[in-house]
Design a protein around this ligand. Sequence first.
Ligand SMILES: [Mn+2]
Length: 329
Amino acid sequence: MRVRVFYHDKCFDGACSASLFTRFHRERITQGASYEYHGLVHRAGALFDEATFTGDENAIVDFKYSASPRITWWFDHHLSAFLTPQDHEHFLACQRVPGCASRKFFDPSYTSCTSFLAHIASTRYEFDTAPVADLIHWADIVDGARYESPEAAVEMAEPAMKLTLIIESTQDPEFIPRLIPLLTEMPLSEVLNQPFVAPLLPPLLERHHQAIALIRSRAEERNGTIFFDITDHPLEGFNKFIPYYLHPNATYSIGLSKSSFRTKVAVGSNPWTKADPAKMVNLAQICERYGGGGHARVGAISFSPDKEEQARAAAAEIVAELRSKNPLA
Ligand SMILES: [Mn+2]
């Protein structure tokens, strides 16, 4: 039997979910099957190429629902799991058919898809999660950004953090499929030491440390709000907790950055702040005023590369507004 596993690409939880599905399927559904892995990414237009659903079984984990009859397993925990109302209807109809309901699962209350899959596999299929408890624990911390401190989020001490850094930045389409089976076969520290994994880490840590140094040199905190402009240093993304690592007493952070395809105003809040949540500003509403969006605690606005001055003006307005509404003042 050939099993194709489709997973959220470049995502620690996506890779862990694919690995956990494999171990569960091998131990509790069918022995001796072969497993192939295909990463899926969010993009405008069609998310799935149904021509790739060619396994004897096709599973989607940590990614949106597909109504294709070839999909035989589905696990997801994202609030936005259904692309269309028709997809949601299709899933609800499936839940009324026992043979379908026992293979397609959705629960947005779970922090990670890995912990959701573990719960279903253990409660419905008697799968033993004890050997993979560490993996489940770290999937919840990484996917839920549940770090105990800014140091834990930024200093990358744990193997899971280092693997996340590698998984999120790889450009090699064969890397994650090669990594996935190992995640439930050995401790994460041993995965990290594999010859095809270990050499990838030092240049990424170097880049991470450069980003910390750059933001340290630019970040200015006043009245509980950090502002930094790094548009003159194109970065392929940076760890969003760095501002609070450098200024732990700040409540908000506004960062202006630039890549080849956009100028971005990132508007965030400190996950470890002592501020009263009721006194905090809804950042999604602020970003929406400028055509951006997000969540109450973190949002962003994207401008086309030629609109850099507009982005800078928007950032300055938001900084002034948040500095006048310091919840800890
Ligand atoms: Mn996830």
